[in-house]
Design a protein. Structure first.
Length: 168
């Protein structure tokens, strides 16, 4: 038995690609690769002719404020911060998250403002104002840069009186 194809010559051109799917619900494809631009020393996504530059990398204080907020508001589990904390900071964070101080039934908490102080190179002490509706809370944390140049949280506190520590 011989198979018969019903496609006409007008539908298929030898060497042509099949038509792509045009579905508005799906994201677009990857941007076209341009090895000449990469070889010239520019990063993908920048166009020197158009004068566009990529968005600047967020500061470590911004990243950690968002990460700590996600844990303290219950959006992420505490162990999500395990590799980003050092020393007692993880224990303090676990103790704070256990009480769920930033969990709200109303609007989701957001970082409203961040400030920081650099006591020495490789260390940053930061604070963040956390707002949820009309409520405003304070979050303080310390970041230190390790030998591998990664920032890690070494201390975290949430506004209010500090609980008495019991040394184990």
């Amino acid at each position: 038995m011989n198979k018969v194809m019903t496609r006409s010559a007008a539908q298929h051109r030898p060497g042509a690609r099949p038509p792509s799917r045009r579905d508005p619900r799906r994201p677009g494809g990857t941007p076209p690769r341009n090895p000449a631009r990469r070889a010239a020393g520019t990063t993908p996504g920048t166009d020197p002719a158009a004068g566009t530059t990529p968005a600047p990398c967020p500061r470590p204080t911004d990243l950690f404020a968002d990460r700590l907020l996600a844990v303290l508001s219950g959006q992420r589990p505490v162990h999500w911060m395990l590799r980003h904390t050092v020393g007692r900071a993880y224990d303090d964070l676990a103790r704070l998250a256990e009480r769920g101080p930033l969990r709200t039934r109303g609007p989701r908490p957001v970082v409203r403002d961040i400030g920081y102080y650099v006591p020495r190179p490789g260390a940053v002490e930061a604070f963040a104002r956390i707002g949820a509706g009309d409520q405003l809370r304070a979050l303080a944390f310390r970041l230190e840069q390790g030998a591998d140049l990664r920032w890690r949280c070494t201390a975290v506190e949430l506004g209010g009186p500090r609980p008495a520590r019991t040394d184990d």
